[in-house]
Write a protein that binds this ligand. Structure first.
Ligand code: XMP
Length: 513
């Protein structure tokens, strides 16, 4: 790629992807590479600068991850962050002290000397520290450019070699001027022109996909959500006719969803779209099931069967594309094979049989949700997809409490449709993480006209959230609640009561099952 590049050597810090993201926010492309990448390989990538990431290890540990010393001699600026700074100091003959108490959390950084790294940063500013070891003696040719109360050498600089080290984490938001510092590094120090955009990400990724896939074929399960849609759209750009996308209507989707997916993906792309109506099959499988976990398992198992049947029918497919995002891989096996990263592998399509041993393609695994939405917009996906709220894999089955029948699903779908229609008109809709209806397994007494009714209760749930891990119930205006309630009760047969869920997570969850 001709694009200017910052290479980030991955020493296993939990913040590594954030560094990559912050650099990209400066409109400079960045990639994480394994810490053991050779100087020759790095040189071949032609980076404008190199960042040595932080990491949980100590430079004193026997098998701590290291890089070759020549990486500091490639003639491009290098910024060591936390562990990366300690490693740089140790390699170049400075002294690192083994951690005693360490320094964690906020600290006040005092920049003691003008350096282009701190251009625009006030003399005193808040930074985020997370370290045990620290540099106590500079390597030859280095100067101290910042300190904190607990750390005399909080930042160092070798003017001749253009090597920099910071003990704090500029990539986290708690370092108030961290973004400025990284921007100074990539623009002022490395001389990047900041020409990278999401469009160049698309081109770069599409080119990579085309190289990886060659003449082979790719299969992708479309769920209707933004992640799988963007995955399909970007692969389509790379190798369209070699891609097969499968959308399974499992009968627990929202009103109009299969038709909308068919309309969007059936025509405007060059991949082959396979819409499978498996509603009856799923509903048979869900008959009599009331336990939430059993519902999840039933739907997951059935999905695999349908997907596997289709994959076998299509035959001869080498790759499976998945819309895995960065938050899905945070705790998982690192893309760069970093030493500290382990655990949890994320498979949206898990449990595939051995003869369908696909190789994975995950073009979004370095991105956060908001970047994926931006990508989706850029790829021309409709806003109805790009702005879509999260929707659980087991769909409406976990929103029909108790047994899932076609009749009860239809009542929920009709209620949910009205909730969506009214919510989409709400001026602060973009601030809502999820808004939906739930059907309770109880009836209550009401009156309609002169008639006494004994009908279903629908719960309205609307929450705000950053990432779904915690959530607060949305303070919707009374008028909006009133409109939703009136429409649901008046227009949906079988419902005579709407209640609003004011539980926050924790201790409640967003979904009810
Ligand atoms: P909870 O209910 O745990 O939900 O607060 C957090 C977020 O996860 C979604 N969710 C699921 N997504 N399969 C999924 O793909 C599931 O089984 C599932 N359960 C919950 C939920 O919609 C919310 O965004």
């Amino acid at each position: 790629m001709s694009e200017e590049l910052i290479a980030i050597l991955d020493f296993g810090s939990q913040y590594n992807q954030l560094i990559a993201r912050r650099v990209r926010e400066c409109n400079v492309y960045s990639v994480l590479v394994n810490h053991s990448t050779s100087p020759a390989e790095l040189k071949g990538m032609n980076p404008k600068g190199i960042i040595l990431s932080g990491g949980p290890a100590s430079v004193f540990a026997k098998d701590s991850p290291r890089c070759q010393a020549e990486i500091l001699d490639l003639g491009v600026p290098v910024l060591g962050i936390c562990y990366g700074m300690q490693l740089m100091a140790q390699i170049l003959g400075g002294e690192v002290e083994k951690g005693r108490s360490g320094e964690y959390g906020f600290a006040e950084l005092h920049t003691s000397q003008d350096s282009s790294l701190f251009a625009g940063v006030p003399p005193y500013s808040q930074v985020w520290m997370s370290h045990a070891d620290k540099v106590i003696e500079l390597p030859p040719g280095f100067q101290t450019i910042a300190r904190t109360d607990d750390c005399d050498i909080a930042a160092m600089w070798s003017p001749a070699r253009r090597l920099y080290g910071v003990q704090f984490h500029p990539e986290v938001v708690h370092s108030i001027h961290g973004a400025q510092i990284l921007d100074n590094f990539v623009a002022k120090i490395c001389g990047c022109s900041r020409s990278w955009t999401i469009t160049s990400f698309i081109e770069h990724t599409a080119k990579q996909i085309a190289e990886t896939v060659g003449d082979d074929r790719v299969i992708c399960a479309l769920s209707g959500g933004v992640d799988s849609a963007v995955t399909a759209a970007i692969i389509d750009k790379a190798i369209g006719p070699q891609l097969d996308c499968v959308f399974v209507n499992n009968g627990v989707v929202r009103a109009g969803e299969p038709e909308e997916i068919q309309k969007i993906f059936g025509n405007d792309f060059s991949f082959k779209f396979h819409g499978i109506d498996a509603e009856d099959r799923f509903l048979r499988r869900l008959k009599g099931v009331t336990d939430p976990e059993e519902k999840r398992k039933a739907i997951g198992d059935e999905f695999i069967k349908v997907f596997v049947d289709k994959a076998r029918e299509l035959g001869n497919i080498r790759f499976l594309a998945q819309g895995t995002l960065y938050p899905d891989v945070i705790e998982s096996h690192s893309p760069t094979g970093a030493p500290s990263a382990t655990i949890k592998s994320h498979h949206n399509v898990g449990g595939l049989p051995e003869d369908l041993d696909f190789e994975l393609i995950e073009p979004l695994r370095e991105l956060f949700k908001d970047e994926v939405r931006e990508l989706g917009r850029e790829l021309g996906l409709p806003l109805s997809i790009v702005k879509r709220q999260p929707f659980p894999g087991p769909g409406l089955a976990v929103r029909v409490l108790g047994e899932v029948t076609k009749e009860r699903l239809d009542i929920l779908r009709e209620a949910d449709l009205r909730v969506q229609q009214e919510m989409e008109k709400y001026e602060h809709y973009d601030e809502i993480w999820q808004s939906f209806a739930i059907l309770l397994p109880i009836r209550s007494v009401g009156v309609m006209g002169d008639e006494r009714t004994y009908e279903h209760t629908v719960v309205l749930r609307a929450v705000t959230s950053q990432d779904g891990m915690t959530a607060d119930w949305a303070r919707l205006p009374y008028d909006l609640l009133d409109r939703i309630s009136r429409r649901v009760i008046n227009e949906v047969r079988g419902v005579n009561r709407v209640v609003y869920d004011i539980g926050s997570k924790p201790p409640s969850t967003i979904e009810w099952e």
